[in-house]
Ligand binder design. Structure first.
Ligand SMILES: Nc1nc2c(c(=O)[nH]1)N[C@H]1C(S)=C(S)[C@@H](COP(=O)(O)O)O[C@H]1N2
Ligand SMILES: [Mo]
Length: 197
């Protein structure tokens, strides 16, 4: 199913709002913190050995471009969550990156079947401009939630804005409901409507 009001383009348009960080893969870790019983850190090779998902899904940027049929490989966030023992009161997940970028998603979306820490794209490790070594990917959410150069996954009780959310972008960002901006609730009409309080 095509996403509403998106235009398919042939390749990714690369964004790095805070610049492309330097990554020393020997020192890089993915840390899982917050409302968890056992905070854990993973090395790159540990994560590579944990890859348990490979699928083809489209990618959608909220500015209106989409890329069809991208092959993704990664580790289900759900499986990482069960290793650390996420507490029931964790309602939000904050993704933080080496460049200082952050995004926020509801825990429910981060723990959904297709939500992964992506490590490989189209048969190769992510390249640096695509977020090497890791980025979360949740196919039904807009691309800004996919924080490139991911270093930390934080489970929290309390919502807090990430980089784009602070500028008015939506708390969840569901592509099919066209949740582009805060207060814009999915209407399924094809024309989204900003709800005025
Ligand atoms: N660290 C970081 N992650 C980021 C961004 C960014 O600027 N910095 N841009 C986001 C946005 S808005 C989109 S659409 C996708 C774009 O992914 P790409 O650069 O691989 O095309 O990355 C997301 N993740
Ligand atoms: Mo985007």
């Amino acid at each position: 199913m095509d996403a509403p009001n998106q235009r398919y383009v042939s390749r990714f348009i690369y964004y790095a709002a805070l610049g492309i960080p330097r990554i020393d893969i020997e020192r890089w870790r993915l840390s899982i913190v917050g409302e968890v019983e056992r905070p854990l850190e993973f090395t790159y090779s540990e994560l590579i050995s944990m890859i348990n998902v490979k699928y083809v899904r489209d990618f959608h940027c909220v500015t209106g471009w989409s890329v069809r049929d991208v092959e993704w490989e990664g580790v289900r966030i759900r499986d990482i969550a069960s290793m650390v023992g996420v507490r029931n009161d964790a309602k939000w997940v904050i993704f933080r990156s080496a460049d200082g970028y952050e995004s926020v998603v509801p825990a429910e979306d981060a723990l959904s079947e297709d939500a992964i820490v992506a490590l490989r794209m189209n048969g190769k490790p992510l390249d640096l401009k695509s977020g090497y070594p890791a980025r979360p990917f949740i196919p039904h959410l807009y691309g800004w939630k996919s924080a490139k150069w991911l270093t930390t996954i934080e489970f929290t009780k309390q919502y807090r804005d990430g980089y784009w959310e602070a500028m008015g972008y939506h708390e969840r960002g569901n592509v099919h409901l066209e949740e582009r901006f805060k207060g814009m609730e999915g209407t399924h009409t094809g024309k989204t409507r900003r709800v005025i309080a």
